[in-house]
Design a protein around this ligand. Structure first.
Ligand SMILES: CC(C)(COP(=O)(O)OP(=O)(O)OC[C@H]1O[C@@H](n2cnc3c(N)ncnc32)[C@H](O)[C@@H]1OP(=O)(O)O)[C@@H](O)C(=O)NCCC(=O)NCCS
Length: 171
């Protein structure tokens, strides 16, 4: 698998994430989020019939992860993260493109996700790949200070919305 686009991201190897990677992926997740996912949960997602994920390896180290699941023809991005030291090199974009490509191969019609309204980095990334707001969940997240933050529900229409994003290797 090679959905990486920028020179830096192309130094990364993208691989299907397997249940057997769960412990390593949990360590990465814990380094990226306050509400870390346990290895057991990651393993269950990857082992479930609709579950799929991609990891990014840079010089033997796992530096990125996207986890998704599908049901009834639609997909959902459950989590996406890149190790802090490896950000802004195109790895997040490569992982998201990889997930979109996998979803297309699986015949999914849409990919949904939730993002905190104040997560400017993730929102910019999702907008680049054609994800558009379709809903809002009031107070869905708590930030580090316990303050409620709204979630935006974004959707990428895989039938009409991804041609530009997938073929536009310069952005
Ligand atoms: C969001 C995240 C996955 C992005 O990963 P990344 O590898 O740094 O992203 P990329 O380098 O592929 O960036 C792609 C585009 O996203 C946007 N972007 C990424 N980080 C950004 C930042 N800190 N500020 C503004 N825009 C940003 C930019 O438009 C960028 O394109 P550009 O570099 O050409 O300007 C990463 O910041 C992360 O893991 N954050 C913590 C976990 C998280 O918030 N996950 C998302 C939960 S919904």
């Amino acid at each position: 698998m090679n959905a990486a686009q920028s020179p830096a991201a192309s130094a990364c190897t993208l691989l299907p994430a397997l249940s057997t990677d769960a412990a390593e992926l949990a360590l990465l997740h814990a380094a990226c989020f306050d509400d870390a996912w346990q290895a057991d949960l990651i393993g269950r997602v990857l082992g479930s019939p609709g579950g799929f994920g991609i990891l990014a390896r840079l010089r033997q180290e796992t530096v990125g992860l996207i986890l998704c699941r599908s049901a009834a023809g639609e997909g959902e991005v459950l989590t996406l993260c890149v190790a802090a030291a490896s950000r802004r090199r195109g790895i997040g974009r490569a992982l998201l493109r990889g997930a979109v490509e996998t979803a297309l191969r699986r015949g999914l019609t849409s990919l949904f996700l939730e993002v905190a309204e104040n997560n400017a980095a993730a929102r910019a990334l999702y907008a680049h790949l054609g994800f558009e707001p379709v809903g809002r969940r009031s107070g869905y997240y708590r930030n580090g200070l316990g303050i409620a933050v709204d979630a935006l529900t974004l959707r990428c229409n895989l039938r009409f919305g991804t041609g530009k994003a997938i073929s536009d290797s310069s952005s």
